[in-house]
Ligand binder design. Sequence first.
Ligand SMILES: [Zn+2]
Ligand SMILES: [Zn+2]
Length: 441
Amino acid sequence: MWRYAWRSFTYLQEVSLSTRFLIRGGYVFFPEEESLRRADVEIAEGRIKRIAETLPAEADIRIIEAQDKLLSPGLIDLHAHLREPGREDTETLESGAWAALAGGFTTICAMPNTQPPMDTREQAAFISKRSDELGLARILPVGAATKGRAGEEIAEYALLKEAGVVAVTDDGDWIYSSEVMRCALEYAGMLGLVVITHAEEPSLCEEGIMNESTVSAKLGLKVRPAVAEEAAIQRDIALASCTGSHLHVAHITTTRGVELVRQARVKGIKVTAEATPHHLLLTDEALLSFDANYKVYPPLRTEEDRKALLEALKDGTIQAIATDHAPHAIEEKEQELDLAPAGMIGLQTALSVLWEGLVEPEVIKPELLLRLLTTGPASVIGEKVELKEESPANLMVFDPAARWTFDAQNNRSLSQNSPWFGKKLKGKIEHVFLGERHFSF
Ligand SMILES: [Zn+2]
Ligand SMILES: [Zn+2]
């Protein structure tokens, strides 16, 4: 029964191997019709047994009261850095999968910029196998787009696909050679794999650490301008158009970048995009604090850009919200801004901060947020999300009113580089069901 409990923690959360559950009175998100309505849901033997307005509480059933809580299919993250192999001091597949579960994510895609980079069948197979062994959030490997992530020669996609990769990318770096990117798209396209681009033209970003704006002028810091993203997206769209293959733009951040994706989609070019919680909630003004937790690539942009991202969520230009969970050691993040590595963790806090920042002030509807975290990302990697009778119990329960502080006690990641670390948050994951396993937090 305790097999899945994480050894390193003394405050074990309950992990039980099934009895029957009745989740009562919650607002249930039905992904197919994208609606949210009150219902009782019964789970037995790892499957959804019954869904109805009210269900009887039979004798041997465990009841979870979910009035005013949300019941949804488990969330899917297209973009997480788990640091294994190479930097297991900052995150492992195991700790990352726990952080995911605690954030309501039941599927996460592991980015390949590990040490060594994940560019072979063996490495991808290791991730898939380890994911099965752990029995926590499912970890889907993403393969390196080029050998060694060097940007020169594409990796063996057919072999990577056999080992379970759902996409290829050199995330962290843009593939500089247009010829290599064209090959990547052609080869991936033949195999039905999506190519994810980290769209920053590096020659425009040399040594830059923040957005180019009045804030950077004030701080006197070197910049990674919006045009670096736009130039990169423009080339990648041109190559997606000529190959007919599926391009996915990771962590899109700029007004014009979004406009390029919008126009390409109108023309029928196969391009999708994701935005991160931090780019949807924060701007470059956060760096006035000199806190390296706000240093991310691509950088936080202006309020105008942030608003453009919100519009793009609403009109369907952006399909998914992805965390770009990027763990770093404290001593590295505590260096001055120039030296600190870029990135923040986000798996465990994503839904809480998005709910409080976007749904509560009615910037976006709860149904849209849930789509962007379930069916949206699923569609990018060709997966399906269901919540109906007889489908596997792959669910999470979220209490939008619960208050909690994200701190060393409840942080499941091995790193704590988040601007929300130590802060009071509203909205918390309480339960996750993964087939016959039940986790409560
Ligand atoms: Zn990236
Ligand atoms: Zn990334």
